[in-house]
Design a protein around this ligand. Structure first.
Ligand SMILES: [Zn+2]
Ligand SMILES: [Zn+2]
Length: 445
C-alpha cells in the first residue's frame, strides 16, 4: 500500500493533509519536526515525504540532505518541500538539497496527489530564453576617469572621512567607447546607480577588471545595479586566485548564507575571463598587467587609451623595503638586495611615463614600521616609484581605514614637499570619491 510521511510542526496542516490523503487511499505517517521526520522515514520507508521547510530541531534543507544520503534505504522516494515563503533562493536551495518538488503554502492535497500520482504539477519553469539584446549604448564622447571608492580594507563612513570618502576600491574609466571598471569594492554601488540613471533602458556593455579578490575589492558587486538588468553585458576579467577560480570566488560571497541572491541568478549576461596573458585589449584600449607584491594573486593594471595612460596598483608593497627589513627576516645578502631592487625596478619600467598613476599609499613611513609584510606601501615609497617612473600625475590610493581626512591631507602635503625637493613638477593628490579627471593627452615638449 502507498504510504507518505508528513513532516510539519503545524498540527493543523498535518491534520488537514492527512485526512485528505488518507481519503485518497494513502497511509499517512506524521512527524512534528525534522529530526523525528528523518527517524520516521527510515522506519516506515514511505514512497513520499512531504516536509515543511522551517521547523524546530532540523530544517527541511537538512531533512532533504539526510534522506538523499540514505537513498539506498529509501529507493524511489519523492520529497516534496512545502514552505510559507516564496523566496526564489529558498526554492533553489531546496532543490540543491535534494527536494524533488517545492510548493508554497497553502498547499492543497490535490496538488500533492497530482505529484504523487505521476502528473507533475507546475514543472520547474524552464529558464526563459534570452531575449534579443538591444543595441549596446554608445558612451558620451570624451575619455575620463572617476573615483567611486578609494579606501582600503573596509568601508569607513562617518564625519571624519566625508572629504576623501569611506567606500572601498572602485574606479570608472570611460575611454574609446569602452566602459571599464577597476575593482568592485563598495564604491561600485553608487557607480551602478549612476549608470542605471544615465542609461535607463539602453543596454550597457562593461568590463570589470579585478586586481584581486580580497574583500575590499569585490564586496560591492552584489549591490551593482546594472548586473540586475537583463540585456546588460558584464564581462569580468581577472586572474585565478590562490585556491579558487574567479567566478567561484565571486559566487561564494553571494551564497545564500551571506546574500539573498546568487551570482548565477543575476539576470544580466555575466561572463568571466581568467586571463592567462599579461597583455590584452578591451576594445581598442591596451591593457597590461604586472603581479603586485601583495598576499595571494594580485595584479596591477596599465591601460593605454587614445588620450593618455592610466596605471592602477591599489595593493602593493616595495620588494626591497619589505624583504630587507629585520622584521621580515632582515635579509642582507647583496644578491638579495640586488634581486629586490630589480623587482622594484620592473615596476618602475611597467609604469614608465604613465600619465595617471593610482598607487597604494596606505601608510606613512613611521606607520609602515609596524605593517611590514602586510602588502601595502608607505607614501614615501609611492612617491619615489612615481618619480622614478616619470609619472605625470600621482594619486595616493587605498587610504587606511584609520586615517581621517585631516591625516590624508597632511600626507598629501608632505608628498608634495618630497616631489618638490626632487625638483619635479609631478602633480600629487589623494584620490577622493566623486573626483572626475579627464584624460587629455598632455602636450609634449
Ligand atoms: Zn585592498
Ligand atoms: Zn588586498
Amino acid at each position: 500500500m502507498k504510504s507518505a510521511l508528513l513532516i510539519d510542526d503545524d498540527p493543523i496542516v498535518r491534520k488537514v493533509l492527512s485526512k485528505a490523503l488518507s481519503a485518497a487511499g494513502w497511509i499517512i505517517h506524521e512527524a512534528k519536526d525534522g529530526e523525528e521526520g528523518i527517524q520516521a522515514a527510515l522506519k516506515h520507508h514511505p514512497q513520499a515525504v512531504i516536509c515543511d521547510l522551517l521547523m524546530p530541531r532540523c530544517n527541511g534543507f537538512q531533512v532533504c540532505r539526510a534522506l538523499k544520503g540514505k537513498m539506498a534505504e529509501l529507493p524511489g522516494l519523492t520529497i516534496i518541500v512545502t514552505t510559507n515563503r516564496g523566496f526564489a533562493t529558498d526554492r533553489l536551495n531546496a532543490f540543491e538539497s535534494g527536494a524533488d518538488h517545492y510548493l508554497v503554502k497553502p498547499v492543497l492535497a490535490e496538488d500533492i496527489l497530482k505529484i504523487l500520482e505521476g502528473s507533475p504539477l507546475d514543472p520547474a519553469k524552464a529558464k526563459s530564453p534570452p531575449s534579443n539584446p538591444s543595441p549596446v549604448a554608445e558612451l558620451p564622447a570624451g575619455n575620463l576617469l572617476r573615483f567611486w571608492g578609494v579606501r582600503g580594507s573596509i568601508p569607513t563612513p562617518g564625519p571624519n572621512t566625508v572629504f576623501y570618502g569611506g567606500n572601498t576600491t572602485c574606479i570608472e574609466l570611460r575611454a574609446d567607447n569602452q566602459l571599464i571598471i577597476l575593482d568592485s569594492g563598495s564604491g561600485i554601488r553608487l557607480l551602478g546607480q549612476q549608470l542605471v540613471e544615465e542609461f535607463k533602458q539602453r543596454s550597457l556593455a562593461l568590463t570589470l577588471l579585478l586586481t584581486h579578490t580580497h574583500w575590499d575589492h569585490i564586496q560591492g558587486f552584489p549591490f551593482f545595479a546594472p548586473a540586475y538588468i537583463a540585456n546588460n553585458q558584464v564581462h569580468i576579467i581577472g586572474y585565478e586566485g590562490y585556491r579558487k577560480g574567479l567566478e567561484n570566488t565571486l559566487a561564494v560571497q553571494m551564497e545564500s548564507s551571506y546574500f539573498p541572491i546568487g551570482l548565477r541568478q543575476l539576470p544580466s549576461n555575466i561572463t568571466f575571463s581568467e586571463q592567462r596573458d599579461m597583455d590584452f585589449h578591451v576594445g581598442p584600449v591596451r591593457v597590461r598587467t604586472i603581479f603586485a607584491n601583495h598576499p595571494s594573486v594580485c595584479v596591477g593594471y596599465r591601460l593605454d587609451t587614445s588620450t593618455g595612460s592610466v596605471a592602477f596598483l591599489p595593493d602593493h608593497e616595495s620588494y626591497a623595503r619589505m624583504r630587507l627589513h629585520a622584521r621580515a627576516g632582515g635579509e642582507k645578502a647583496p644578491e638579495t638586495l640586488d634581486y629586490c631592487r630589480g623587482e622594484d625596478q620592473k615596476l618602475v619600467e611597467f609604469l614608465r611615463d604613465v600619465d595617471m598613476l593610482i598607487l597604494d599609499s596606505q601608510y606613512d613611513a613611521a606607520e609602515y614600521q609596524s605593517h611590514i609584510g602586510w602588502g601595502h606601501s608607505c607614501y614615501e615609497d609611492t612617491v619615489a616609484t612615481a618619480l622614478a617612473a616619470g609619472a605625470k600625475r600621482l594619486f595616493l590610493f587605498h587610504h587606511d581605514p584609520s586615517h581621517d581626512d585631516a591625516r590624508i591631507s597632511r600626507m598629501v602635503g608632505h608628498a608634495r614637499e618630497l616631489v618638490a625637493s626632487h625638483g619635479s613638477n609631478m602633480e600629487v593628490e589623494a584620490a577622493r570619491e566623486g573626483l572626475s579627471v579627464p584624460l587629455l593627452k598632455p602636450a609634449r615638449g
